[in-house]
Design a binder for this molecule. Structure first.
Ligand SMILES: NC(=O)C1=CN([C@@H]2O[C@H](COP(=O)(O)OP(=O)(O)OC[C@H]3O[C@@H](n4cnc5c(N)ncnc54)[C@H](OP(=O)(O)O)[C@@H]3O)[C@@H](O)[C@H]2O)C=CC1
Ligand SMILES: O=C1O[C@H](COP(=O)(O)O)[C@@H](O)[C@H](O)[C@H]1O
Length: 587
């Protein structure tokens, strides 16, 4: 296994977090009220912008808040949100504040594909403050115009609201600027700071940095940005992309280094799966529907399956991937976060800390993972229909003898009263037959089922209910139920109660990055990973990852475009489970 490229130690320059901020007197929070809806709604007004965070809190507009990171809104405002006519007075808005967003690593793939398009979408939807600028920062030499040309190709307007698309793009691009610099040069960040100040024109300035760079650069950037380009009178927040370490030790070191310059409140560790619509809806489904919450335990749920598959390999990202593998890339973060959300107890409230407190309890209650609970695989080359597909090790950036897993399946258990004995099966793989992410909940059998002989087939599994949340593509929630086939006889089959999002909600679903960027701007931390959650996630996976690496476990080969290694079926069978996605009914 390659040596971690992650983080060796913090930068030699050490400053405490407080050394990088100017303390200024507090000003009152400024609020806007937002009406309740399934979707984000803004109240259009000539003088104020109005945002709504993803937990439904009204947002603090760009305002000076506690310390440098800002805090979510005080409870009384959250509670008053639902009351028609309880708008705070316009005087409380701070229309003199500005927002500067710096995308560090602006020349890269993620910035182009996701971050700039998400920022544009927020602008298009009037979710950004009146006074905002976007800076791209990277080493590549580029002019402002060069950046605009580069990103203009990836900006898109909502299909359902095409009005003024071109104009909006032009207006957005005019607010985008570029600064070329080294990631470890304080001097270059001083220059960036100067440019930002010019654009901020003396307004109260809030600054958001998005670290879209490889992780070995995180600490340098945070050091330079916090020392030389943090806001003097508003907040500074930093969004950190994964991977957050490669094991418990490196993750702890990364957190320790970042905290030399930032407080926990300023660090927004992004897991973009938490920003996906169906993952957001998981808690709504459970906690606001009486028909589901009482079933949410070992008493009724037989197993839970968290499935991620991609129908392409590591194309272009082999260098990164080989050092991490699928367990670190998908399971330790995206799937485990979903598991925690799924299994948590009812939080005290929708506040970020209440939710994260419950999630972390789940993560800390996980049974340690054993080698026999896991199957690993790696895709091999395959030819189909005259087309040949490469093996993982054909990637020029991957060593020929790599043992890195591109597929893994695991059986996890939560040692608590609610979930005792219930297998949570995870499966994640690249170069499989389909692109899909879903949560499947298989319920227990109906005791003494009166109708068990009335099925076309006598397979017991066929007669159980299954709830599926299809995260992507084609977002849907469906429940498999047993139903009488119409007619004079009495025959049952399995049917779906199907909520297909595109049929029910014609509105385009925002990309996860839009939601998460907006939340970071608003200081809403609910969908970001707290450091104790991260520690618990690594505590679960690190011993297993070490064992896989120390014992040089050879992954089972599976053909590119297949359904993955057969070992995954045996693993499931060991726990009396059949993978729902392979049942043939909706695979
Ligand atoms: N791409 C994706 O789909 C996803 C990416 N991520 C994470 O987001 C971050 C950014 O991803 P992505 O855009 O793909 O990354 P890139 O490899 O494209 O890197 C982004 C930019 O960082 C600079 N850079 C790259 N390598 C180095 C290096 N060794 N030393 C210094 N600078 C370097 C380059 O800019 P320049 O040379 O101009 O300075 C590059 O354009 C990473 O942490 C990645 O793991 C997370 C989820 C998905
Ligand atoms: O974090 C990652 O996610 C992507 C998949 O994201 P999606 O939103 O397109 O489902 C994955 O391809 C990548 O390997 C991983 O780093």
């Amino acid at each position: 296994m390659a040596t971690p490229t992650h983080l060796n130690s913090c930068s030699s320059t050490t400053f405490t977090a407080s050394s990088s901020f100017v303390i200024v007197p507090r000003k009152p929070h400024s609020f806007t009220w937002v009406s309740h809806s399934q979707t984000r709604l803004r109240i259009h007004s000539k003088t104020h912008f109005h945002l709504k965070s993803s937990n439904g809190h009204p947002i603090n507009t760009v305002s000076l808040q506690d310390g440098s990171a800002g805090t979510p809104l005080p409870k009384k405002h959250v509670e008053s949100r639902g009351k028609e006519g309880s708008l705070p007075s316009p005087e409380s808005d701070n229309s003199e504040s500005s927002l500067s967003i710096t995308v560090v690593g602006a020349s890269g793939d993620l910035a182009k594909k996701k971050i700039f398009p998400a920022l544009f979408a927020l602008y298009y939807e009037d979710c950004l403050p009146k006074s905002f600028v976007v800076f791209g920062y990277a080493r590549t030499k580029m002019t402002d115009e060069g950046l605009r040309n580069m990103i203009s190709g990836t900006l898109t307007c909502r299909i359902d609201k095409r009005e003024n698309c071109e104009d909006k793009m032009d207006q957005f691009l005019k607010r985008c600027f570029y600064h070329s610099g080294q990631y470890n040069s304080e001097e270059h960040f001083v220059e960036l700071n100067k440019k930002m100040k010019e654009k901020e024109a003396g307004k109260l300035s809030n600054r958001l940095f998005y670290l879209s760079v490889p992780p070995n650069i995180f600490v340098d950037v945070v050091r330079c940005a916090s020392l030389r380009a943090s806001s003097e009178n508003g907040w500074m927040r930093v969004i950190v992309e994964k991977p957050f370490g490669r094991d418990s030790e490196s993750s702890g070191e990364l957190t320790r280094c970042l905290k030399q310059y930032l407080t926990e409140d300023q660090i927004f560790r992004i897991d973009h799966y938490l920003g996906k619509e169906l993952v957001e809806n998981l808690s709504v489904l459970r906690f606001s529907n009486l028909v589901f919450e009482p079933l949410w335990s070992r008493n009724y749920i037989r197993n839970v399956q968290l499935i991620f598959s991609e129908d392409f390999g590591t194309e272009g990202r082999g260098g990164y991937f080989d050092n991490y593998g699928i367990i670190r890339d998908i399971m330790q973060n995206h799937l485990l976060q979903i598991l925690a959300l799924f299994a948590m107890e009812t939080p005290v409230s929708l506040d970020a800390e209440d939710i994260r407190n419950e999630k972390v309890k789940v993560l800390r209650s996980m049974r340690p993972l054993q080698l026999e609970d896991v199957v690993v695989g790696q895709y091999k080359g395959h030819s189909k229909g005259g087309k040949s597909y490469p093996a993982y090790t054909d990637d020029p950036t991957v060593p020929k003898d790599s043992l890195t897993a591109t597929f893994a399946a695991a059986a996890l258990f939560i040692n608590n009263a609610r979930w005792d004995g219930v297998p949570f099966l995870m499966k994640a793989g690249k170069a499989l037959h389909t692109k899909r992410a879903e949560i499947r909940v298989q319920f227990r059998h109906v005791p003494g089922n009166l109708y068990k002989r009335k099925f076309g087939t006598d397979l017991l599994d066929k007669a159980t209910n299954e709830l599926v949340l299809r995260v992507q593509p084609d977002e849907a929630i469906y429940l498999k139920i047993n139903n009488k086939v119409p007619g004079l006889g009495m025959r049952l089959d399995r049917s779906d109660l199907n909520l297909l999002y595109r049929a029910r909600y014609p509105r385009e679903i925002p990309d996860a990055y839009e939601r998460l960027l907006l939340d970071a701007i608003e200081g809403e931390r609910r969908l970001f990973i707290r450091s104790d959650e991260l520690d618990a996630a690594w505590t679960l996976f690190t011993p297993l990852l070490n064992e896989l690496e120390e014992k040089k476990i050879v992954p089972e080969l599976y053909p590119y475009g297949s359904r993955g290694p057969v070992g995954a079926h045996y693993l499931a069978a060991n726990h009396n489970v059949r993978w729902g996605d392979l049942s043939g009914e909706d695979s």
